[in-house]
Design a protein around this ligand. Structure first.
Ligand code: CA
Length: 234
């Protein structure tokens, strides 16, 4: 299930979009100011952001600028009517698309689908879109998302599907703290009604395979919060 973050201070518009996206089967979270939106983004795993430009506190453009420092997630800007400068600046700043308020919900849904499709193609296997096979790494740890292989140094490590997915998720979000609930949703799905202990158990399996035998320390626990993967300290 794809997750969309709405950052919009006009409560009625945000609520309307949330409901419509919900009907379409998207998982939705919303924030009413820029700073809260950015915090929410960092705490969760989203597939797309709908970002209003005129926001209190941190402006939409500033949110976009900061977000682009660490994420290439698709961003669709919500702009006021005829704000041509906004649109140009927005696209220059790394927005993927924009839509002018007021808009027909069908148009927004179409643009969301297009953005998500482009993103999928961009992150498709190497032979389809990427120039070379890109490994995810942290120190001597190396993950090949396409070949689904894992190494520590030159040693190949066998991982189960869930262990691999979990490690890939941690590596993709390197240096970002992931809540256990977020990992549970992302790896096991929203429908899974297990407890967050499942995450802890799989983290233990991972540590036993990729850390302990190699005296490596890259997965860090934040008690009561979740996990973060960082490059090994020198
Ligand atoms: Ca606004």
């Amino acid at each position: 299930m794809e997750r969309i973050l709405i950052i919009e201070d006009e409560v009625k518009i945000a609520r309307f979009i949330e409901l419509e996206l919900g009907y379409e089967g998207y998982q939705v979270a919303k924030a009413t100011d820029g700073r809260a939106g950015l915090d929410l983004f960092k705490a969760g795993l989203f597939d797309l952001v709908l970002l209003d430009i005129m926001l209190p506190g941190l402006s939409g453009m500033e949110v976009l600028r900061r977000l682009r420092q660490f994420s290439q997630i698709p961003v669709i800007l919500l702009t006021a009517r005829d704000a041509v400068v906004d649109k140009v600046t927005g696209l220059d700043s790394g927005a993927d698309d924009y839509i002018t308020k007021p808009f027909a919900i069908e148009e927004l849904l179409a643009r969301i689908r297009t953005c998500l499709r482009k993103q999928k193609i961009a992150s498709a296997p190497a032979d389809l879109a990427r120039p070379g096979n890109e490994f995810l790494t942290a120190g001597p740890l190396r993950l090949d998302p396409v070949g689904r292989a894992c190494w520590v140094g030159e040693t190949s490590v066998e991982l189960t599907k869930k262990e691999f997915d979990l490690l890939e998720c941690l590596l993709t979000n390197k240096n970002i703290v992931l809540q256990r609930e977020t990992l549970l949703e992302k790896i096991w799905g929203f429908e899974f009604d297990g407890s967050t202990n499942t995450v802890d158990v799989h983290i233990r399996y991972l540590r036993a395979k990729i850390e302990e035998p190699f005296a490596l320390k890259v997965i860090h626990t934040l008690r009561g919060v979740g996990y973060v993967l960082r490059d090994e300290l020198p």
